[in-house]
Design a protein around this ligand. Sequence first.
Ligand code: SF4
Ligand code: SF4
Length: 158
Amino acid sequence: MNNVFIQTKDGIIEILRGMLTVFKHVYRPPITLEYPEKKPELSSRYHGSLALLVNQDGTDVCGGCKSCMKVCPCGDLIQISTSKDKNNKLVVDKFTIDIGRCIFCGNCTEVCPKKSLIMTNEYELADFSRESLVLDKKKLSLSPEQSEKWREMFDKDI
Ligand code: SF4
Ligand code: SF4
């Protein structure tokens, strides 16, 4: 009998403790967001989808050194092919990244000597086929205005 009273008392104490926790949080601002209507503000250092910056005149910043390709731990998901122009300068003919296999480690962006390859804050990457996750140079390249915006964001971060 005594045991029943002790258990009832403990139960009531636990309920009150639970209610106290609820009331403590009633007037606090929520820390969650109603995604996808509301989206978080992300740092420029967020590891989102990869992109290529371009110069102000829209030409490639990438020099085709292939360092990003060599440092990627996921095998051959970066594919680059180059040729030489009449001035013997490397031209990037093909640049693809299979974003569906990328683990977003950022090695490729860190090793890029031209600061051409970056990680954006784009994280909504789901698609209906694996093929559509293979991004070519056109899809990867940002506009000159977007490229400038990203450079400014990186400068502020340092
Ligand atoms: S972020 Fe990492 S896994 Fe993805 S392409 Fe770059 S090096 Fe490869
Ligand atoms: S490391 Fe940079 S410059 Fe070299 S190929 Fe990759 S993106 Fe281009």
